[in-house]
Design a protein around this ligand. Structure first.
Ligand SMILES: NC(=O)c1ccc[n+]([C@@H]2O[C@H](COP(=O)([O-])OP(=O)(O)OC[C@H]3O[C@@H](n4cnc5c(N)ncnc54)[C@H](OP(=O)(O)O)[C@@H]3O)[C@@H](O)[C@H]2O)c1
Length: 250
């Protein structure tokens, strides 16, 4: 009997992460570890997944998302229990840009939730995967990290930090058996974007985005825009000369 894949999801109550987990349990029985900050919410996700795959195991754990020491202990203990095949770091918050501009504490919170926290988890997984010389580490960034824009530059800067960090990890692990994947979703219909959807913004479905993420992790692709059209859109946006870019209301 082949051993089940062990997949750890940080921010496992995220709609995108939940749909990735559904795809994983649908394909094969897996050992899932769901990490979040709210146990009842994690338990609801776990029950849904168990109902979809009786042969999968689903463990739930809460953790601090800001305390570096707690993050290190959590990941080290998980790796000591059993080898980790895949770690997906998914948590994030799309705070209001104007509020972040006007309130430095909100700004700090946004930078920590979307930038520092995912990076601390990534470093913790990098350490244990380096030791095992094995594993795939996937981190959800965003197209918003590709170029600073007035509508969301605090969130975008945090995602930009994640992107640069992952780039460094990819360089570090280039000649090893550890793969590091950066996911860059475009706007996706989830609770995070409910207010934007209510205002009529066009979004990708969470199912489509999850499919793209699971496929990118399977391939070990270094960078995955999901849906793929965002690669082209962001290539154009990144390369627009500043005198044109600054005239755009984006
Ligand atoms: N939806 C989009 O359009 C879009 C586009 C690009 C990138 N992304 C990224 O995709 C990832 C998943 O987002 P989603 O769309 O699935 O959003 P979601 O359903 O709203 O999930 C957000 C997740 O982040 C967690 N979270 C929020 N604030 C947190 C904090 N301060 N500390 C710890 N955890 C916190 C939430 O935990 P609780 O359940 O405990 O609240 C939840 O697990 C995020 O990294 C997001 O930035 C989303």
């Amino acid at each position: 009997m082949t051993q089940k894949k062990r997949i750890v999801i940080i921010g496992a109550t995220s709609a995108i992460a939940t749909h990735c987990a559904r795809l994983w349990v649908q394909t094969a029985a897996v050992d899932l570890v769901l990490v979040g900050r709210d146990l009842p919410r994690l338990e609801r996700v776990a029950q849904d997944l168990k109902a979809r795959s009786a042969d999968s195991t689903v463990q739930t754990l809460t953790s601090s998302f800001t305390d570096a020491r707690a993050i290190q202990v959590l990941v080290t203990e998980l790796a000591a229990q059993q080898v980790i095949d895949v770690a997906l770091i998914a948590h994030g918050s799309l705070g209001d840009q104007t509020e972040s501009q006007n309130d430095l504490q909100r700004c700090q919170q946004e930078l920590e939730t979307n930038g520092v926290s995912p990076v601390l988890f990534a470093e913790a997984f990098a350490q244990v995967m380096a030791e095992a010389d094995y594993g795939t580490l996937a981190v959800i960034g965003s197209v918003a990290g590709d170029r600073g824009r007035k509508s969301n530059y605090v969130y975008g800067a945090a995602k930009g930090l994640v992107a640069r960090y992952v780039q460094g990890l990819q360089h570090r692990f280039a000649d090893t058996n550890v793969k590091v994947v950066l996911i860059k979703p475009g706007p996706t219909e989830t609770p995070m974007t409910a207010a934007l959807t209510a205002n009529g913004a066009k979004m990708a479905s969470v199912q489509e985005v999850a499919q793209g993420i699971v496929a990118a992790i399977e391939k070990g692709a270094p960078v995955a825009y999901v849906p793929g059209k965002w690669w082209l859109i962001m290539m154009v946006i990144r390369h627009l000369p500043i005198f044109i870019f600054n005239k755009l209301n984006i």
